[in-house]
Design a protein around this ligand. Structure first.
Ligand code: GDP
Length: 319
């Protein structure tokens, strides 16, 4: 059974890991947002790709969910002493990833090839694909400062400014990376992970052809909003600032016709009837992934949900 997960950083990585633990029963592809990528110290930084890969490889920092475990920050300390910028914290092990990725890209390798090589080196069995090899830059328009790059907003300003609009620079010319179209076309199950819909999933959906492929196949989303809040990050704050009450219903409306189903947290069970009446299958369960068991259980429950309810599911097509 082919499963494709659309993922941003921490929330997406955790669910992707849950599905990775279901291998080899399933064949897993993870399509990752690259709108957050940026250049820093002349290095190409890909925060979401690295979070997904570190998580799948068992190398992620369990406290933060991003960055490497057992990390040191000696290079940053030295940069600070020299008066250099330290607002984006790069660990020593993490720096090795950025150095080697940048070297390979300068040599002419595509990002897709670099990610595949890193996945092999780290023993990752899932197929991890950047959404595109072309550069896309997520921009955030804020009331206080106007347009700014995503990392400026997210890390430097700690998401404090009020968002008004989002744009994905370069999106009109960005083609899906090799394997993205094939993965979506051959998917039995497409899962939109509990990642930030505005800045983690929307860039992937905005890549030429991706939304229309998902429209024809339909997907299931996992709500990143639980009781009007996020586990981490600014998604709920963004909904409020965009004039929308953050709830599983907001997620259903956000993805609209792309969905056949949604997984909501059991604490939001009161939304179930309303969502079902709009024709979307709903699974309410515990969606907070505190540990590996939670990730695995949630992935298993989504597989069972698909087998039970997906209206497009054709018996015999799953294996
Ligand atoms: P980022 O790029 O690191 O900010 O990560 P993502 O966009 O992938 O994830 C941020 C979203 O993931 C937030 O809206 C969180 O609420 C959501 N999230 C994180 N962990 C969990 C979890 O365990 N369960 C659910 N349902 N959502 C989560």
């Amino acid at each position: 059974m082919n499963v494709t997960v659309l993922a941003g950083g921490v929330g997406g990585a955790k669910l992707a890991h849950g599905f990775a633990l279901c291998q080899p029963e399933i064949d897993l592809t993870v399509i990752v947002n690259t709108g957050d990528d940026f250049d820093h110290f002349g290095l190409k930084i890909c925060p979401d790709l690295d979070t997904v890969c570190y998580t799948l490889a068992g190398l992620a920092n369990p406290e933060t969910g991003w960055g490497r475990k057992d990390e040191t920050f000696e290079a940053m300390r030295q940069i600070g002493e020299l008066g250099g910028p330290i607002w984006f914290r790069l660990g020593d092990k993490d720096l090795a990833t950025h150095l080697e990725r940048t070297r390979r890209l300068k040599e002419g390798q595509r990002l897709t090839e670099v990610v595949a090589a890193f996945c092999r080196a780290w023993g990752i069995k899932a197929r991890v694909l950047p959404m595109s090899d072309d550069s896309v830059r997520t921009m955030v328009k804020t009331r206080e400062y106007g347009w700014m790059g995503f990392q400026e907003y997210f890390v430097r300003q700690a998401c404090a400014p009020t968002v008004e609009e989002f744009a994905f620079e370069g999106i009109d010319h960005a083609l899906p990376a090799d394997g993205v179209v094939e993965a979506l076309e051959s998917s039995h199950l497409i899962v939109i992970a509990p990642s930030n819909p505005w800045v983690s999933i929307q860039p992937i959906l905005s890549i030429k052809g991706v939304a229309s492929l998902i429209l024809s196949q339909k997907a299931v989303a996992v709500s990143p909003i639980i009781q009007g809040q996020t586990i981490k990050g600014p998604a709920a704050k963004m909904y409020r600032e965009m004039g929308i009450e953050p709830s599983p219903l907001a997620i259903v409306r956000h993805y609209g016709d792309l969905l056949w189903g949604i997984v909501i947290d059991e604490l939001d069970r009161n939304f179930e009837a309303m969502i079902v009446s709009s024709g979307i299958m709903t699974l309410s369960t515990q969606t907070i992934m505190r540990n590996e068991q939670d990730r695995f259980r949630l992935a298993k429950e989504i597989l069972a949900f698909y087998k039970d309810f997906n209206p497009n599911h054709q018996p015999g097509r799953e294996f």
